[in-house]
Design a protein around this ligand. Structure first.
Ligand SMILES: Nc1ncnc2c1ncn2[C@@H]1O[C@H](COP(=O)(O)OP(=O)(O)OP(=O)(O)O)[C@@H](O)[C@H]1O
Ligand SMILES: [Mg+2]
Length: 263
């Protein structure tokens, strides 16, 4: 585990969320408790509709819990903040801005000069291998490329925490694998606290130090599985005996929850 393993960066304390939808009340989350440590990579898996995005939005400060609270460095989260970078389930890029301008946007907001912002943007555009496309607009990019821009944009504000909501969900297997590896390499270097939602158990295991399994709605933490596979990890890691053991364990727990949803 990372150096500051014991320092709690994000705390989710008794979070309950009820939505008053058009067709009545929906209990999205019901008593979620979770501590995420500084420098830790945590993945969250669970069936569709169990409240994963709701939880991420609460941590991002985009939504408020009905009961309980989320904390960053011991401070109650009530609004968004530059120390939390978000990559959404659907790429949220500014369509009227080029790749470069999209990635420069955050640093500019933070008061960086155009030259400095450009330098930072170019650094992360290189990380996601889009140097050739800096002057393209989002509509001229493939899904995988757009998601790369979204990741570069999140990195460019140098957040302390990355919140990622199924960032690779819409991509083909090959692009997905490639972006997983890029993310792994970057995390191994920078060790930013990462809260990453996915419905792909393989993806969760290859990336995370701990995998949080959520129950069917109303979402709660059903189990937390420590991924005791050392880094650096590569795609070959997916073939190791330990990986397959963990995959079977997590998958069977998640599958029980899928069955709950179908009832
Ligand atoms: N703004 C809203 N108003 C009413 N209900 C909502 C709202 N947002 C989410 N919900 C409901 O809350 C529940 C949890 O939704 P959420 O998007 O958090 O699930 P999820 O686990 O992210 O699902 P998926 O895996 O499909 O992305 C769902 O039943 C959803 O319909
Ligand atoms: Mg979601």
């Amino acid at each position: 585990m990372a150096g500051n393993a014991e320092r709690v960066k994000l705390k989710i304390d008794g979070v309950k969320k009820i939505y008053n939808g058009r067709t009545g009340k929906v209990i999205a989350l019901n008593g979620v408790n979770l501590d995420i440590h500084e420098n830790e990579f945590v993945c969250v898996v669970g069936p569709s509709g169990c409240g994963k995005s709701t939880l991420l939005n609460i941590i991002a400060g985009l939504d408020t819990p009905t009961e309980g609270a989320a904390y960053i460095d011991g401070k109650r989260i009530t609004t968004t903040g530059v120390e939390r970078g978000v990559v959404f389930q659907q790429y949220a890029l500014f369509p009227w801005m080029t790749v470069l301008k999209n990635v420069m946007f955050g640093p500019r907001l933070q008061g960086k000069s155009p030259e400095e912002a450009k330098e930072i943007a170019m650094k992360y555009i290189k990380v996601v291998q889009l140097e050739e496309f800096v002057n393209h607009y989002p509509k001229e990019l493939s899904g995988g490329m757009k998601q790369r821009v979204a990741i570069a944009r999140a990195y460019a504000v140098n957040p302390e925490v990355l919140l990622m909501d199924e960032p690779f969900g819409a991509l083909d297997a090959q692009t997905r694998t490639q972006l997983q590896q890029e993310l792994l390499n970057t995390w191994e270097k920078e060790r930013k606290t990462c809260f990453f939602i996915t419905h792909d158990v393989d993806e969760a295991i290859i990336l995370a130090q701990r995998v949080v399994i959520m129950s069917a709605r109303p979402g709660r933490v059903k189990d937390i599985v420590e991924i005791d596979i050392p880094y650096p990890r590569t795609q070959e890691t997916k073939m190791s005996e330990r990986f397959i053991e963990l995959k079977n364990k997590i998958w069977s727990e998640v599958y029980q929850e899928y069955l709950e949803v179908r009832k």
